[in-house]
Every structure is written in structure tokens, then in C-alpha cells.
Design a protein around this ligand. Structure first.
Ligand code: ITT
Length: 197
């Protein structure tokens, strides 16, 4: 029997996501980002749910490669904003919205609201032999009043997970992965893969 790691294409252009997932995966699985697979594509995310956008990304790459692959879509859901920015997290401050502008808009919308409850939600869409399986991971927490930390990406400087006293951006990747939405979704994917070897 071969001991070679099983390789999966991870349909993402976000290297931060790939780094976090690489830190979670053991030696049994190896991911290959779109760039590493030599696929240059910016897949549109036109749908109004994380589930549908994740499926759009994985299906597009499966149709191109006919190879098992997965994608993920993640949103920050803020209770006092009715779940916004949610599926629009990447584009909250506009189509070309930059991270700093997205964060500024979010803090501005929340203003002095004392209800800071929020959660990150990740949906992984895995396509195996043409059949899709989805796995969800949720991290509950709160939106801080100001930015802190230089690590991570996206909304990490303003998100404090429940049970922690500092923002994701103030944590090492290993610390973030103790709480992370992405970690929880990836663990479900790994359990599925291990059960269905
Ligand atoms: P893909 O190529 O995988 O689509 P993306 O950056 O476009 O990469 P999403 O569509 O899932 O990813 O966008 C979600 C946005 O939410 C992303 O740009 C970040 O700003 C933010 N985000 C996602 N995961 C995050 C995390 O773990 N911490 C902080 N912000 C995150």
C-alpha cells in the first residue's frame, strides 16, 4: 500500500486560507492552491449564500480539472447588523473594497452599539468523483472597539473569539486554529476523508 499523501486542489486564491489549512492538515493530505496547480482564474461569487458560492468555486475547478477538489467561502456575521457583512464580507465596502475599508465600515456601522456579538462561518464544498459534500465550521465571538494585532488577514484585527482575550490578529496561527471556524470545517472534511479512504 502506498504511503503517499493524498493531494487535493484547494480552489482558492487566498494564500492566508491555504497557510491556515496547511497548519491543520497532517502528512496524510496535501493541498495545492490554484496558483500551485497553474490555474489562473478569478471565480465569480454571485450567490447570496456561502453554501452556493463555495459550490460555485469547487464546481468550476472540478469541471476544469476532473480532479477531486474543495473550496471554502467564509463570512463574518454580526448580530446587530442582521448578519452582515456575511456573504459580502470581501466586498463590504465596495467591489474593490480593501480590508482596511471593510473594517472601517463595519466599526462605523456598529458605532457605539453595545451588542458586539458576531461569528465567523466557513462552508467547505468538497467534490469527490463529481459528488459534492459540504462541511460547516462556526467560531462565535465579538467585535472589538478597535483594531489590534498584525497577524492573520481580513477582519482578524477586530474579532475576539469567545474564550480568548485578544483578537485573532494578535494570535499566532496555531493559537487562531484553536478557535477557528476554518479549523472546525477542515476537521469535518478530514474526518470524512479518513472514514471514506
Ligand atoms: P477565495 O479565493 O477562497 O474565494 P477570498 O479572500 O475571496 O478567497 P472569501 O470569498 O471567502 O475569500 O471572502 C471572505 C472575506 O472574509 C475575506 O476576503 C476576508 O476579508 C474575510 N475572511 C475570511 N476568512 C477570514 C478569517 O479567518 N479571518 C478574518 N477574515 C476572514
Amino acid at each position: 500500500m502506498s504511503n503517499a499523501a493524498r493531494q487535493l486542489i484547494f480552489a482558492t486564491n487566498n494564500q492566508h486560507k491555504a497557510n491556515e489549512i496547511n497548519a491543520i492538515l497532517g502528512a496524510t493530505y496535501k493541498i495545492c492552491t490554484l496558483r500551485e496547480a497553474g490555474i489562473e482564474i478569478d471565480i465569480p461569487e454571485p450567490h447570496d449564500t456561502l453554501e452556493a458560492n463555495a459550490r460555485e468555486k469547487s464546481t468550476t475547478i472540478f469541471n476544469l480539472t476532473q480532479t477531486d477538489c474543495f473550496s471554502e467561502d467564509t463570512g463574518l456575521e454580526v448580530a446587530a447588523l442582521g448578519g452582515a457583512p456575511g456573504v459580502r464580507s470581501a466586498r463590504y465596502a465596495g467591489e474593490q473594497g480593501k480590508t482596511a475599508e471593510n473594517i472601517a465600515k463595519l466599526l462605523n456601522e456598529l458605532a457605539a452599539n453595545k451588542n458586539r456579538k458576531a461569528r465567523f462561518r466557513t462552508v467547505i464544498s468538497f467534490i469527490e468523483k463529481g459528488i459534492e459534500h459540504q462541511f460547516e465550521g462556526i467560531c462565535e465571538g465579538m467585535i472589538d472597539w478597535h483594531c489590534s494585532g498584525d497577524n492573520g488577514f481580513g477582519y482578524d484585527p477586530i474579532f475576539i473569539p469567545t474564550g480568548a482575550s485578544k483578537s485573532f490578529a494578535s494570535m499566532t496561527m496555531e493559537e487562531k486554529n484553536i478557535y477557528s471556524h476554518r479549523k472546525k470545517a477542515v476537521e469535518k472534511l478530514i474526518s470524512y476523508l479518513n472514514l471514506n479512504k
